[in-house]
Write a protein that binds this ligand. Structure first.
Ligand SMILES: *Cc1c(COP(=O)(O)O)cnc(C)c1O
Length: 381
């Protein structure tokens, strides 16, 4: 029996990140540690300057282009430093020395992390902040007023910690739109050519940590400063086809396998979205049918299909829930350390059957604990 099959927790991994990966991909990865079939060498010991690795980067770039339906004037880059490095790298290129502020939305934990990094490079205007409402909802269009002279607009499509997701494209078409899609990248189709830049690290939806996909429109970089460090200059990365220095060969290879799985096994982003939608509906239904025992954090209209954050009536019950869930084989359900509670992450690699099992477990747990907390449930908001 392989290690993979003796480890039953893998199929029920609801971790917020690094997230679960499809089992068929993990099996190929397992083989590649000993030898990549078409090369005969371990993936951990293949040169990034080899012809084979150049074909890996080229195929991955092509797969991302096709999945996102990107036109030719976009570059697809595989960078290091995670999404956090993009928080700095993009304002270094696009905000330094500007007089008009870049426009940022502050909708949760991760968009909040981007703000101080941007402020270090140039002026920033917070167009809307959800801080006063405890990041329980996202803004409506009437609450947003974007200025035409901004160098760019920045927002996070899916707030991973709070479980809030925009189900529309924001901003205005005459100002470059930049989006951190780290936690919902390649989870659904969309109008991706309406963005001037999209970035997403791999470790939520599409692979292991170590690589960050950056999709950038050629026109966005036309007057970036000349004095940037080579590593942090998008143009150097473009010229060197993401092999400016030693890239994370392993991580890039796994992301390639995930894009092949998305295309061949799943059938593309529309099919992936259909599965993700059913998973999310299954879990939100478990919340909605619990009469307030499982209280969702996000306003209904802004519920994320990727991260379902909720609370139980007391912190003690939450601790008991996490412990019982772990004993039953479910892992990764503790909420983010910044806000606590429970979070179930339903990334691409998680199967519908895992969500159905979790919903059953939740119904059972509730019926066992309901007598203890009679009168506590307040109903969902
Ligand atoms: C997890 C996460 C990050 C942080 O990414 P790192 O790769 O750890 O720097 C940034 N943005 C979003 C939306 C995230 O979910």
């Amino acid at each position: 029996m392989s290690l993979l099959h003796s480890n039953l927790l893998n199929g029920l991994n609801f971790s917020g990140g690094p997230g679960v990966l499809p089992e068929s991909v993990l099996q190929q990865v397992q083989d590649s540690i000993l030898a990549v079939p078409e090369v005969g060498l371990s993936i951990l010991g293949i040169s990034h300057r080899s012809d084979w690795f150049a074909t890996v980067v080229a195929e991955l770039e092509d797969n991302v282009r096709q999945l996102l339906k990107l036109p030719k004037n976009y570059h697809v880059l595989f960078l290091q430093g995670g999404a956090t490095q993009q928080f700095s790298m993009l304002p270094m290129a696009l905000l330094a020395g500007k007089t008009h502020p870049a426009e940022y939305l502050h909708t949760g934990y991760w968009s909040g992390k981007a703000l101080p990094e941007a402020r270090r490079e140039g002026p920033v205007r917070v167009v809307w902040s959800g801080e006063s409402c405890g990041f329980g909802r996202l803004p409506a269009d009437e609450e947003l007023d974007f200025h035409a002279d901004a160098p760019y607009i920045h927002y996070v499509s899916n707030e991973t910690v709070e479980g809030l997701q925009f189900h529309r494209v924001l901003g205005r078409d005459d100002v470059p739109r930049i989006c951190d899609m780290s936690s919902d990248f390649l989870s659904a189709p969309g109008d991706f050519e309406r963005f001037s830049m999209i970035y997403a690290h791999a470790q939520k939806n599409i692979g292991p940590a170590g690589v960050t996909v950056v999709v950038v429109k050629e026109e966005l970089l036309k007057d970036t400063p000349d004095n940037l460090p080579g590593f942090l200059d998008y143009r150097t990365q473009i010229e060197t086809h993401s092999i400016y220095n030693t890239p994370p060969v392993f991580s890039i290879y796994v992301v390639l396998l995930v894009t092949r799985w998305l295309r061949d096994q799943i059938g593309g982003l529309a099919a992936m979205d259909a599965i993700n939608t059913r998973k999310a509906e299954t879990l939100y239904q478990a919340l909605d049918e619990s009469n307030g025992f499982y209280a969702g954090k996000a306003a209904r209209a802004d519920r994320s299909k990727m991260n379902v954050s909720f609370n139980l009536p007391t912190p003690a019950l939450e601790a008991e829930f996490i412990a019982s869930a772990l004993a039953a084989g479910f892992s990764g359900l503790a909420g983010h350390r910044s806000i606590g509670g429970i979070r179930a992450s339903l990334y691409n690699g998680l199967e519908l059957s895992a969500v159905e099992k979790l919903a059953d477990f939740m119904a059972n747990f509730r019926s066992h604990h309901l007598p203890l907390v009679a009168g506590v449930g307040k109903g969902n908001h």
